[in-house]
Design a protein around this ligand. Sequence first.
Ligand SMILES: [Zn+2]
Ligand SMILES: [Zn+2]
Length: 315
Amino acid sequence: MHRTGHMVMRSICLAAITALGLALAAGIHAAQEPRPEIEVIRITDALHMLGSGTTTGGNTAAFITEEGVVLVDTKLEGYGQDILGNVRRLTDKPVTTIINTHVHFDHSGSNTEFPDTVHFVAHENIRRHMARTDCQPLPTNCDDFQGENAKYLPSTTFSDRLTLFAGGPDQIDLYYFGRGHTDGDTFVVFKAARTMHTGDMFQGKLLPFIDAENGNGGSALEFGRTLTRAIAGVPDVETIITGHWETPLAWSDLVDYRDFYADLVRQAREGIDAGRSAEEVIASYAKPARFADYNAPESGTFSVTSIVNYIYDGR
Ligand SMILES: [Zn+2]
Ligand SMILES: [Zn+2]
């Protein structure tokens, strides 16, 4: 798997959105399209990252517990059998629990392809968005959960914090620290593995997409603060499974990512205080040398322009 960082990452997100959009527009089921394979990366014997590599959707975590396998996120529509096939190569145990980090179609796309006996767990705002009847298929796949499929809506929800399998080696802690990418972003911590899945609060080494346009509650203003709360509030984590990066990252990368984002917000705020226009701030944005690895394109979905405009709009 090639590792040319940000360019790969960016093409993953845009290609996934474009490919699925075209498939839907043509009335073709995404499962029938030739698709990239899932790449499995071992973190511990019990915990694996089912990576996206290219266009499989967000990273899935597969955690083997005493009672069965817990998945975090289910990639794009059509990937349910691929995920199950990979799980079967790791263990004979069935998938018993699915946690979603947020509402987007590339993280919950194949929820409804699992047995309906699975225990679905998510933040209360994720459930509310999934249950909507008025969303577009991109980026919120609420069509998946209508009618008969309402049985796939999360049966366990939480607002700030939830612990599953408390006290033993299987303990999983779910944290919500406020708005950011959406208003349901959940940080999922596998305690014994000292590993956290961040969902798209940390997609990889690039500026975030803020979903403020689709009723999903994202906030560029809150994004940095929410990351700071996560960094302060989650103890003893070493390894990070991001939303989309091809390999696991380290806790220090999460801290760098927060700093990278906070620096852009600071530059925007200084522009506001100095009476400069958003366009001037965008044109003069200078990325500090320590963030050389991080991608901050001037325009596009994951860009300086989009973040600065949101800060100027107070969103
Ligand atoms: Zn995503
Ligand atoms: Zn997302």
